[in-house]
Design a protein around this ligand. Structure first.
Ligand code: PLP
Length: 391
């Protein structure tokens, strides 16, 4: 006989999900209504407004896909990549690799531009690839590479895409709400994100946004989008609302209450203030880690504020550190992925989790975990360094 599940109370400072705001948790528990109920339709309209605010866009085609970030990714690729479409894909981490898979599965040709994990995308190399492949019609890149903690120069990459007459697809799963993101100013055509990172809602929804250029492309396609569920022209009959809503799928009603509340919280704080808070917390975290003698993987100018990759010192058992933090501090920090497995920790400062008490908790947990392995660090110096940055 199974019993009710009560999860342990963790602090989530890994690569996501992040801590869910208590107001979001409370919103999730409100009574379920029908997904075509007039009251729910009002909420849908507000979610679209809130997402446009978060993405900094006027795109009317902005809505949450009813599935996690990977489904937002597939929505972008399935709709904008027709059989034979050539796509230049930048890969400097795990998620660029997934883009390649998406292109191939949609029947397109992926032209890969590779960079070492932990380094930024070099626009010159991207331009070389665009020049060498004049039939390419899409440029795809990850704005915030969660596997490495590197950010991309999205404005420059989007300019390049326009110069070579390409649409842009940008992964902003980890950047939405956490660092500067300007869809319209930069001229991004298709973007996808996730609810569980800097928006601090639970995993399971993927906000997406499409420019009118992208919408035109989808309309003019000669072949059907290979996925029925993700076909924009079909799902918009439900999300658009201007011509009366029709059933497409049963929307995850309560999950959308949660996303709505997360967007209310973001608008109360102000998007620019949310970005500034992430930056301030990142600066404090890095100062504290430095005072402990720990080094960052990524160059300062390419670092993400919301995902910090920290090198594991020689001789330290990295998994044992994470286990210690979880067991004794209820603190989750992330492991390295792919070629960085065993070499780094990934410390998230995302959304509601980007706050001072989490930083000091993290310092205490790391110092205690390292002491268990006979590595002595100066916790007081670390606290002092953090506090100096937080004044
Ligand atoms: N893209 C990036 C950059 C991510 O960090 C993630 C998840 O961590 C995804 C895509 C996939 O999102 P999800 O796990 O919600 O499907």
């Amino acid at each position: 006989m199974i019993k009710s599940f009560y999860p342990p109370l963790r602090t989530l400072m890994g690569p996501g999900p992040s801590d869910v705001h208590p107001r979001v948790l409370e919103a999730l528990a409100r009574p379920t209504v029908g997904h075509l109920d007039p009251a729910f339709q009002q909420l849908m309209e507000e979610i679209k407004l809130g997402l446009r605010y978060a993405f900094k866009t006027e795109n009317s085609l902005t809505y949450p896909v009813s599935a996690p970030g990977s489904a937002g990714m597939e929505t972008c690729f399935a709709n904008l990549v027709a059989p034979g479409t050539e796509v230049v894909v930048c890969r400097n981490g795990a998620f660029g690799g997934r883009m390649q898979e998406n292109v191939v599965r949609a029947g397109g040709k992926a032209i890969m531009v590779d960079f070492e994990w932990g380094t930024a995308i070099d626009p010159n190399q991207v331009e070389d690839a665009l020049k060498a492949n004049p039939n390419a019609s899409v440029l795809a890149f990850v704005h915030a590479e969660t596997s490495t903690g590197v950010k991309a120069d999205a404005a420059t990459l989007a300019d390049l895409a326009r110069k070579y007459d390409c649409l842009t697809i940008m992964d902003c799963v980890t950047s939405l709400g956490g660092s500067e993101l300007e869809l319209d100013k930069w001229g991004i055509d298709a973007a996808y994100s996730g609810s569980q990172k800097c928006l601090s809602a639970p995993p399971g929804l993927s906000p997406v946004s499409f420019s009118s250029r992208a919408a035109e492309f989808v309309k003019s396609r000669e072949t059907k989008v290979q996925s029925w569920f993700l076909d924009l022209s079909l799902v918009m009959d439900y999300w658009d609302g201007t011509g009366g809503r029709t059933y497409h799928h049963t929307a995850p009603v309560n999950a959308l209450y949660g996303l709505h509340e997360a967007l209310v919280i973001l608008s109360e704080e102000g998007i620019d203030n949310a970005w500034a808070r992430h930056e301030k917390m990142h600066t404090a975290l890095v100062a504290g880690l430095g005072a402990m003698g720990l080094e960052m993987l990524v160059n300062p100018e390419d670092r993400l504020n919301q995902l910090n990759t920290v090198k594991v010192p020689d001789g330290v058992d990295e998994a044992a550190v994470r286990t210690h933090a979880l067991k004794h501090f209820n603190l989750e920090i992330g492991a390295g992925l792919g070629s960085l497995a065993g070499k780094v920790w990934r410390i998230g400062l995302m959304g509601h989790a980007a706050k001072r008490e989490n930083i000091t908790l993290c310092m205490a947990a790391l110092s205690s975990a390292l002491a268990e392995q006979q590595v002595k660090v100066d916790l007081n110096a670390s606290y002092d360094a953090v506090m100096q940055k937080l004044q």
